[in-house]
Design a protein around this ligand. Structure first.
Ligand code: GLN
Length: 313
């Protein structure tokens, strides 16, 4: 009988049963121990309220088994060590309580790299790839050795991806959250060899210097959208998601004048926002004096990134 065991757990009852080697005991063990297939079915049933129960259970069980999903699916009939089942059931409970899978397994892939994430920090989202694409194109216009700052950096999604893609640039990042800072520093080491300078700051208040490019994925959900997520038991922090004011644009309204002051005279600002706010955000940028204002769609084909240039003679 094959059993997927928790790493290093040599005390497990399965091992004892293996040693006894009696046919009856082995059959008994097969009855007692849960197979991968059964554990997945149990998890799917428990999570029937979720949008993606199949994917979530597979990710959580694969994580408990220290396997990737593909290998887990190749071992559906194998029995699971009780320690693994315990850990898996605990993670299913956390998921049902509203924690994102990424928090539970401690990582989220973004632009081909693993970001460390956990309770209290915003998980990188595919929507944000649109901003990376636009920022990389903009960086090409300036050449290397220019400066870029990521305001509201969370776990470092934008700053660290861009630093890894464009190592010649001088890149810094800031966030108001102390929890985000811990994840940022961990990711800074693993993704960019600690090369990105971090500032704890309310928007750009404590950030020194001027930048050719400022990027930001600030909180921009409307209070109504945010409370809707709360009702659905989402746990990601208001600090990272709730944009404030009736329209979710309070943070963006405060950020734009800061960005104007902190960009060089040929500087560019790239902002993530929601499709419903795009029109208003483009207007705010124009009112602040920015020129050449454009937007880009995300992977879902909806407006997601506002791009504006300073263009002072
Ligand atoms: N796009 C994110 C979401 O819908 C919101 C991110 C943000 O507020 N910065 O969850």
């Amino acid at each position: 009988m094959h059993t997927i065991r928790a790493a290093g757990n040599f005390q497990s009852c399965n091992l004892v049963l293996d040693k006894i080697d009696g046919l009856k005991l082995r059959r008994l063990a097969k009855l007692i121990l849960m197979t991968v297939r059964e554990a997945l079915a149990e998890g799917r049933f428990a999570m029937k309220g979720s949008h993606t129960p199949e994917l979530d259970t597979a990710l959580l069980l694969a994580n408990a088994c220290k396997l990737d999903r593909e290998h887990l699916y190749m071992r559906l009939s194998e029995s699971l060590d009780n320690t693994i089942v315990k850990e898996y059931r605990l993670s299913v409970k956390r998921r049902i309580s509203g924690e994102p899978v990424a928090w539970i397994i401690g990582r989220k892939e973004f632009w081909g790299r693993d970001f460390s994430v956990g309770p209290g920090v915003l998980c990188p989202r595919p929507d944000t790839e649109a901003l990376i694409e636009a920022a990389l194109k903009t960086m090409d216009e300036y050449g290397s050795k220019a400066r870029l700052h990521d305001c509201c950096c969370g776990p470092g999604t934008l700053a660290l991806t861009l630093a890894a893609e464009q190592p010649g640039w001088s890149i810094s990042a800031s966030d108001i959250s102390s929890i985000a800072e811990q994840y940022f520093e961990r990711n800074n080491q693993s993704i960019s060899n600690g090369n990105v300078k971090y500032f704890r700051s309310n928007l750009l208040e404590n950030v020194p210097g001027q930048f050719e490019i400022i990027v930001s994925n600030p909180p921009y959900l409307t209070p109504a959208e945010f409370s809707q997520r709360k009702k659905l038991k989402w746990k990601e922090p208001a600090l990272a998601l709730d944009g404030g004011d009736h329209d979710g644009l309070n943070v963006i309204r405060r950020l734009i004048p800061y960005a104007w002051a902190k960009t060089t005279k040929n500087g560019t600002l790239l902002l993530e926002t929601s499709p419903t706010q795009m029109h208003e955000v483009l207007r705010l940028l124009s009112d602040a004096g920015f020129k050449n204002i454009q937007y880009r769609d995300d992977l879902g084909g909806i407006p997601r990134v506002a791009i504006a240039k300073k263009e002072l003679a």
